[in-house]
Ligand binder design. Sequence first.
Ligand SMILES: C[S@@+](CC[C@H](N)C(=O)[O-])C[C@H]1O[C@@H](n2cnc3c(N)ncnc32)[C@H](O)[C@@H]1O
Length: 348
Amino acid sequence: MSVIPPVPTLLPPSELVPPLPPLHSEASGAQPRLQASHAHHSHGGHRSERSARNHDRFHPYSRPSAALQVADHYNRHQQQTHEQRKRSPIYRMRNFNNWIKSVLISRAAKNCRPKAVLDMGCGKGGDLLKWGKARIQHYVGMDIADVSVEQAHGRWKEMRNNRFSAEFHALDCYQYPLSKKISPEQRFDVVSQQFCLHYAFETEAKAKQMVSNVADHLRPGGFWIGTLPDAYWITKKLRSVDGLSFGNSVYNIRFDQKDHYPTFGHRYIFHLEDVIESCPEYLVHFPTLARLAEERGLKLLKRTPFHNYYEDAVRSDPESVNLLERMRVVERGGDRLSDDEWEIAGRW
Ligand SMILES: C[S@@+](CC[C@H](N)C(=O)[O-])C[C@H]1O[C@@H](n2cnc3c(N)ncnc32)[C@H](O)[C@@H]1O
């Protein structure tokens, strides 16, 4: 298991990148190693999907079925137009998160020149273009939210100059083996899990099923990459407040209790302005994730909080700096992330 060395909190020269908001103190290199995170990089029944179409609204604090509640949430979420996204109070932060994924994906692509990629929790196919740029040959997108899966499929069909084949499947990937939908023999060079891995930490069984699905379908020497909330950052904030919730103008996190910290099923409700309307999420105890992965022969190579990942990328990779402008994370001499957006960007 390798751990990255601390990254100094230096901003890149301003002629290269217009200044972003000052780094939050927690983004300093002095973070304890046991934080859960962020951008990670590892070697290495069935009422579910259809009934998730049911658009009844679930109360975020009731527990009909957490997985269905999550699927319902994402199924209901409309794809926004570019103009709508631009008006969002978290426009820059969403671009920043997308930029993080782009850098992560292009680095993975450089490392192993992937031909076949599994996007587990693919959502509406937000990473299809990124994988197209990585020149893959085959893409498999899976997600519990069937409406999102259909939208992802539609997006792939509409892609111009599409040079890779693709298949899309609605499946609860934390409840069932992937062999319900794909051949048990099918292997991938990369398994990608972007902003979705934490839902598996509802129970130990789900976390184990998720890891098995990765291990069973990753070819030897392949990479498992992903982005997930930093449980260390979240619990530190929780402990610093009197009540059970905290946030700022763009996000809110609310726990049911803060007396005990279970390894699995440590639930909170996350609200992110314009995108996530009070959805249940689970803290990921990162050492446990690493242990479960190791038990299945996967080795943790690197984990990095987003703020540090950003610093590292802009210092070492000029292409990622150009991408900051192209992806409208920053405008030269203009807009940038607000302080509130920058704060919540540190949650991953
Ligand atoms: C924040 S979205 C991210 C979507 C996509 N990966 C992206 O980065 O644009 C989280 C996704 O995880 C999916 N998800 C949650 N639980 C899942 C499960 N048990 N099996 C498969 N997908 C799941 C949700 O339906 C949703 O599409």
